[in-house]
Design a protein around this ligand. Structure first.
Ligand code: PRP
Ligand code: URA
Length: 208
């Protein structure tokens, strides 16, 4: 599969296994989402552009680098919220633009309920954050929104994906790289990822 990057990092695999565990508490679940998101972002941002700058050290001066493009983190509410802190820890100057979508339980189609993007784009690169890429409807709709906003460098950073979601994203937005901690087997009859981890929003917020 082109443009799909599934982490092979042992730390990611270790933490993801704990995340899947039905006995993991919401507190521990949130901690793991935060930690895995940071590890995933490290991998997903390998190709960010930098520009050179001179830096003075206590011993002299040298040429260093700084991130060139303004970055926007775009968590899809609710479950993407839990990923923000982990990613923000690595890039504290990133802007955070929330997109509110929920999946209609019957149709499995995304319904938009929150979008406060200003008219003109304020960032060059967007990282769409959502732990679950199931049918792909939410991710596709969010990338649609960001493209319409005027951002064209977009990456999807998730935790678990289903083949159906990956296929939907590749069809709609083939140039958007998809970074996942694991690619699971399939969706079940109600659109949940199997083996998955259950409902990522409910498990984080204790609402299940
Ligand atoms: C979950 C998840 C994704 C979406 C994935 O959100 O966080 O946003 O489902 O499914 P899809 O790929 O089929 O669109 P949900 O709609 O359950 O809302 P929540 O995060 O508020 O719980
Ligand atoms: N949303 C979730 O939270 N979990 C799934 O398995 C699918 C969609």
């Amino acid at each position: 599969m082109t443009n799909v990057y599934v982490s092979e990092h042992p730390l990611v695999a270790h933490k993801l296994t704990k995340l899947r565990d039905i006995n993991t508490s919401p507190k521990k679940f949130r901690e793991l989402v935060r930690e895995i998101s940071a590890l995933m972002t490290y991998e997903a941002t390998m190709d960010l552009t930098t520009s050179q700058l001179e830096v003075t050290t206590p011993m002299g001066s040298t040429t260093g680098q700084e991130l060139k493009d303004k970055i926007g983190l775009v968590p899809i509410l609710r479950a993407g919220l839990g990923m923000v802190e982990g990613v923000w820890g690595l890039m504290p100057n990133a802007e955070v633009w929330h997109i509110g979508l929920y999946r209609d339980e019957r149709t499995l189609k995304p319904v938009e309920y929150y979008n406060k993007l200003p008219i003109a784009p304020t960032v060059k690169v967007c990282l769409v954050l959502d732990p679950m890429l199931a049918t792909g409807g939410s991710a596709v709709a969010t990338v649609d929104i960001l493209k319409k906003w005027g951002v064209h460098r977009i990456k999807f950073v998730g935790l678990l994906g289903a083949p159906e979601g990956v296929a939907a994203m590749q069809k709609a937005h083939p140039e958007v790289p998809i970074h996942l901690a694991a690619l699971d087997e399939r969706l079940n009859e109600i659109g949940y990822i199997v083996p998955g981890l259950g409902d990522a929003g409910d498990r984080q917020f204790g609402t299940g």
